[in-house]
Write a protein that binds this ligand. Structure first.
Ligand SMILES: NC(=O)c1ccc[n+]([C@@H]2O[C@H](COP(=O)([O-])OP(=O)(O)OC[C@H]3O[C@@H](n4cnc5c(N)ncnc54)[C@H](OP(=O)(O)O)[C@@H]3O)[C@@H](O)[C@H]2O)c1
Length: 350
């Protein structure tokens, strides 16, 4: 496939640095511009804040402002904070760019696909509606909140096999999820903060949009309730979630395990470069998954979710398990690159 030039917005942030792992030496994509705000004019290697070694040739690139008239790209990836994303991403779309964004600003707009490539690639059809409306070639595709991603991937095989009546989830979210500098160290070390602004609403709404059905050019949201309680905990990377669900049909645990184990999607069928061979990894060890031990599991580190402690609940048709996903990789940079690969492979760009 022809190489695409990529402009990365929000390149110097907590998530921005994770994109570099995926884009540097990518078989189809080549970094053309790295954009920031306060770091404009600095070399990328001097501007990045997260503790990460940057490949030399990338470290030398000068950070520029995200101006659609000045950058040279076939595709824009955005890791902007939501407030900045609202206007800047819109400008890129209006200037004819395809944009893949992990910011929340445009996720819930009716003609904007909110995508987990293994779960709802059919929702990409909404791109055609955006293109029809605008005729300038520009469009936007978004990826979900980092906490929602692991939950939704785990729910998909359960929904397909047994139907879902109700979801209750409690989360233990890593500090890198709050960006840089994030939560002050004095507030989080040796502590847990049982509040993350707007997170519970995002988990609920985004789950229903992604697991909804595309009907006559509109998404009909899933109807089951999703009750989320979100907490920030002093881990570095990896959101752990305790999930309780009630299914519509009866199930046996072996079929649940088989459903998780066999779960695959279009990225695996199409052999996309950033697709892990197993999107869901299972552990039967009694005290796993753990962020420190399991967050980088799998053939593409950080791109698989890990599920463990699968067991029945006390209520009828109820199931409990823990799921772990890497918030900056499967929840942000990795899923955005995988989505970009999917839309390129499916012919939406170029
Ligand atoms: N952290 C996670 O685990 C995670 C997971 C999923 C989604 N997200 C989403 O990803 C986005 C980025 O998160 P993050 O954690 O990487 O944040 P971050 O560490 O605060 O980084 C923000 C980045 O955006 C740039 N920026 C800020 N305001 C800007 C403006 N007005 N114009 C242009 N560039 C601007 C900054 O550039 P300068 O440094 O040059 O000022 C920096 O590169 C957010 O929307 C967040 O909700 C984050």
């Amino acid at each position: 496939m022809k190489n695409l030039k990529i402009a990365l917005l929000g390149a110097t942030g907590m998530v921005g640095v994770e994109y570099i792992e995926f884009l540097h030496r990518h078989p189809w994509f080549k970094i053309s511009n790295l954009c920031g705000k306060k770091s404009v004019g600095k070399k990328y290697g001097e501007a990045v804040k997260a503790l990460k070694n940057i490949p030399k040739e990338v470290a030398e690139i000068e950070v520029v402002e995200p101006d659609p008239k000045k950058i040279d790209a076939d595709l824009v990836l955005s890791a902007l904070p939501s407030e900045a994303a609202r206007e800047i991403e819109k400008q890129f779309v209006e200037n004819g760019y395809p944009v893949v964004s992990e910011a929340s600003a445009h996720r819930m707009e009716p003609d904007v696909p909110l995508i987990i490539p293994e779960v709802n690639p059919d929702h990409l059809e909404l791109i055609n509606m955006q293109k029809k409306k605008r005729r300038d070639g520009g469009f936007i595709v978004t990826t979900p909140n980092c906490t929602a991603v692991g939950l939704i991937m785990s729910l998909k095989p359960l929904l397909d096999n047994f139907g879902i009546r109700k979801v209750v989830v409690a989360t233990y979210q890593a500090i890198t999820g709050a960006g840089f500098p994030g939560v002050p160290s004095y507030s989080i070390l040796g502590n847990i903060i049982p509040y993350i602004k707007n997170e519970e609403e995002k988990v609920s709404q985004e789950t229903k949009k992604i697991l909804g059905r595309l009907e006559n050019g509109r998404i009909k949201y899933a109807e089951f309730p999703v009750e989320a309680s979100c907490a920030r905990v002093p881990t570095i990377d990896g959101h752990l979630e305790a999930v309780y669900i009630e299914t519509e049909k009866t199930f046996d645990l072996d079929s649940v395990v088989e459903g998780f184990r066999n779960f695959k999607g279009e990225p695996q069928t199409l052999g996309l470069p950033s697709a892990p061979s197993e999107p869901i990894i299972l552990t039967d060890l009694e005290d796993r998954p753990q962020p420190r031990l399991d967050v980088m599991a799998g053939s593409v580190p950080g791109m698989s979710i890990v599920i463990g402690r699968i067991r029945r609940g006390e209520s009828e048709n109820s199931l409990k398990y823990f799921v772990l996903s890497h918030n900056r990789i499967r929840g942000a940079a990795g899923i955005a690159v995988l989505t970009a690969e999917l839309i390129y492979k499916k012919g939406y760009i170029g």
